[in-house]
Ligand binder design. Sequence first.
Ligand SMILES: CC(C)(COP(=O)(O)OP(=O)(O)OC[C@H]1O[C@@H](n2cnc3c(N)ncnc32)[C@H](O)[C@@H]1OP(=O)(O)O)[C@@H](O)C(=O)NCCC(=O)NCCS
Length: 152
Amino acid sequence: MLGLEWSVRSMVENDLGDVVALEKQCSIHPWRASAFREELSGQGRCLVAERRCTGKIIGYCIAQTVVDCVEIRILGVEQSARRQGVAWELLEQCALYCREIGMIILDLEVRADNQAALNLYQRFGFKEVGRRPGYYRRPPPAVDAVLMRLEI
Ligand SMILES: CC(C)(COP(=O)(O)OP(=O)(O)OC[C@H]1O[C@@H](n2cnc3c(N)ncnc32)[C@H](O)[C@@H]1OP(=O)(O)O)[C@@H](O)C(=O)NCCC(=O)NCCS
């Protein structure tokens, strides 16, 4: 996106230290560097959002092709950069990737208690298509996984 203080680009191996540090702030069960590395070597789109002036990474998102759809595996935005459209732009880029490779379905899973993410996805156009009851067991109590789909 032009005119903003940040921009989105492809994630590279050198970003992993910063991405893993940010993931620790964003997630209850943070991914390790090895998990990100595996995604980088897969067939998909691994993205970061960075501040134009400092190069600081403020967001990340990974979408992978899984047979006949694209799955959003992970998404996070630094606390101080939230509500500025960063996640929205990362989702736009994932939807673009989906179109580029001729797929029409973008899937993801989200904790049923993650209201910020649910709002984001619903507003973006994702619809709930299923649930895995009690899928997230830690920390207790268990929380459902909400399966969401966007048809592009
Ligand atoms: C969920 C998350 C990725 C949103 O990132 P973000 O960059 O702040 O989101 P955006 O600014 O693009 O928000 C776009 C819209 O989503 C909705 N939204 C986003 N955060 C919200 C919140 N905390 N409360 C309510 N609605 C929210 C709003 O409709 C928002 O538009 P608005 O700001 O004009 O009202 C971010 O809060 C985060 O990193 N959370 C921790 C990690 C996480 O939950 N990842 C998703 C796991 S599935």
